[in-house]
Design a protein around this ligand. Structure first.
Ligand code: NFE
Ligand code: MG
Length: 504
């Protein structure tokens, strides 16, 4: 029997994502991802002073502003011939690292856990924890009241099989609450050097304008230690508990295997510096280096009338809301014409394929703990597990980098903004490969393009009709109850989509 299922908006993610599924005999045969709004950052940047770009583009998102800021700064530095000193590079890594850890904790506990953890189990809670008892009383009072959505954001939810173990549920709910405080701490760490969070003011081309002091280094280190402890003692065990309770999700949400990473966290100065998480392309199991010239964006099924298949350096953004074939406000980014999955899974698989000395043992240890072969990482549960170990790696590396700072040494190298120039910045946001392209003419921005992680993952079909990664990962998923399509949203959320970013 054929049917269609529409989930719009998909909740517990940033921005407006619509999912449209064609289903036959309970199995998804075809999926469409729709970004349902237009924001126009690329358009509104034109004509502005180029030094506005990293401040304005940070406003694309409150979750990953640091990545947009740094991608813009790298593009500007290429256009200006500017470069940060060692302190400036390290400070950027530390601000970005704190934001990675914050973002991964946010995703697992606050955006995704309620797909698996039975939050209603709190009503059975009989233990002595004060916070859990308070939550239970609050849920009870909400359910007894006549407010429109009692116990939001926990309820309503799809009827489904959730985690059955009462203790595991209570532990996960407790960690859900703790994770709120830890995210505040992570923002505090980023603000020590960024000036504020979100949208740090202190990062700019040439470096960072805050000073390095022993007090700030110690404060950052102390917070990062707490974050690492939470990742090791709570986040990683909770992911393993969920993975063991839902083993079928190691076989769901697979993607046929093109992965892209631009690399992040440079370990020395200069544009060609080695990065802690390396750049690379994995296509059909073959590893190659990233070539910026292989990136294009199609708009055949996107609400744009600008030319399709163009490289971002020369592309345009002309909205066309009434386009007959259009179904999304995302363009369709392609690498050598192929759709690519980006994000923690792509980063860790690229690093693993490169035999990276810190990534390989951690991934092997995770696979041993889960009793799984490497190919199972390409799945809903694999994405969650790999995101958790990445959070650990980032926290550990930040603890090493903070001690490489030199108090009193420069954090910034002065430069001049030339009247004309162009550049691009390739970076990794928490959700994956992020690129910004800038062209400056007569001292103003003549063109600006962003190709964003969720634009890769939630891409609509390209001009050849090939689906994007999330669309492809949904095909073949069995939906037990069309009125409660929990399997589909579990697949979608494993990619950690941010539509606010994607439609920029
Ligand atoms: Ni709005 Fe973002 C990240 C970026 S996703 S969260 O991470 O860039 O497209
Ligand atoms: Mg764009």
């Amino acid at each position: 029997m054929a049917a269609t299922i529409t989930i719009s908006p998909v909740t517990r993610l940033e921005g407006h994502l619509g999912i449209h599924l064609d289903v036959e005999n309970g199995v998804v045969t075809s999926a469409r991802c729709s970004g349902e709004m237009f924001r126009g950052f690329e358009v509104l940047l034109r004509g502005r002073h180029p030094m506005d770009a990293h401040q304005i583009t940070q406003r694309i998102c409150g979750v990953c502003p640091v990545a947009h800021g740094i991608a813009s700064i790298l593009a500007q530095e290429m256009a200006y011939g500017a470069n940060p000193p060692p302190n400036g590079r390290i400070l950027r890594n530390l601000i970005q690292g704190a934001n990675f850890v914050q973002s991964h904790i946010l995703h697992f506990y606050h955006l995704c856990a309620l797909d698996f953890v039975d939050v209603a189990a709190i009503l059975q809670y009989e233990g002595g924890d004060r916070e859990l008892s308070a939550l239970k009383t609050w849920v009870q009072s909400q359910l007894a009241s006549n407010v429109a959505f009692p116990a939001a954001p926990f309820l309503p939810r799809y009827a489904a099989a959730y985690l059955a173990d009462t203790t595991a549920n209570a532990v996960a709910i407790k960690h859900y609450l703790e994770a709120l405080d830890l995210r505040e701490e992570a923002h505090r760490a980023a603000a020590l050097f960024g000036g504020k969070m979100p949208h740090p003011t202190a990062m700019m081309p040439g470096g960072v304008t805050t000073q390095v002091t022993a007090e700030r280094m110690a404060a950052y280190e102390s917070i990062m230690r707490r974050l690492l402890q939470f990742v090791e003692k709570c986040y990683m065990p909770d992911v393993v508990a969920v993975a063991n309770a839902f083993p079928e999700y190691f076989a769901m949400g697979k993607w046929r295997g093109n992965f892209l990473s631009f690399g992040v966290f440079p370990l020395s100065e200069g544009s060609g510096a080695q990065r802690a998480f390396p750049a690379g392309v994995l296509a059909g199991g073959t590893l190659s280096e990233v070539s910026v010239d292989s990136i294009t964006e199609d708009v055949g099924y996107s609400y744009f009338s600008s030319q399709s298949g163009v490289a971002p350096a020369t592309a345009d953004t002309v909205p066309d809301p009434n386009k007959a074939q259009g179904y999304s406000w995302l363009k369709a980014p392609r690498y050598m014409g192929q759709p690519m999955e980006v994000g923690p899974l792509a980063r860790m698989l690229v690093a693993y394929a490169k035999n990276d000395a810190s990534v390989k043992p951690l991934v092997d240890g995770l696979l041993a703990a889960l009793g799984r072969p490497p190919e199972d990482l390409n799945s809903v549960m694999g994405r969650h597990a790999v995101r958790a170990i990445e959070a650990k790696l980032v926290a550990e590396q930040c603890l090493a980098w903070v001690n490489e700072l030199k108090p009193g040494a420069p954090t910034f190298t002065p430069f001049k903004v030339p009247p004309a120039g162009s550049g691009y910045g390739l970076w990794e946001a928490p959700r994956g490969a992020l690129g910004h392209w800038i062209r400056v003419q007569d001292g103003r921005i003549a063109n600006y393009q962003c190709v964003v992680p969720t634009t890769w993952n939630c891409s609509p079909r390209d001009d050849k009709g090939n689906p994007g990664p999330v669309e492809a990962a949904l095909a073949g998923v069995a939906i037990a109850d069309a009125a409660n399509p929990i399997e589909a949203v579990r697949v979608v959320r494993s990619f950690d989509p941010c539509l606010a970013c994607a439609v920029h």
